[in-house]
Design a protein around this ligand. Sequence first.
Ligand code: SF4
Length: 132
Amino acid sequence: MATSDRTCPSATCTPGNQLLGVKGADGYVRHLRTALTIDADFVETASELGKPEARMRFASTCATSGCAQWTGTRCGVIDHVIEHLEQVKVPLAPSIPPCPIRGSCRWYDQTGETACRACSLVVTDQSAIAAE
Ligand code: SF4
């Protein structure tokens, strides 16, 4: 699998990945000040309440061409997110959140602060939302 020196901010809940943020009661993700590396115990406990990716955000090394979201030159996820928010007229956050991975984040690298202003609205696993 191809990898890069960039970090994916919408990864799976897998041992070795990092906990990046937790969704609050208002639906917005709160980024942690320090990303925490998760282990198998964390994954097991977090999975007891359903898919962790519906309630938390995780980070891992960007897999580039090893990921279905890679367009060939960039990550398509944040482009879709920003386009969707524009379509449904959801405003971006007025400021950027503190973030422990900004120095290597794939989305920030591609789209700058606009990505960060959309980031707290991103839920990696949308299946629960789609089922509502
Ligand atoms: S888009 Fe911005 S706020 Fe979101 S993970 Fe990347 S650097 Fe952090």
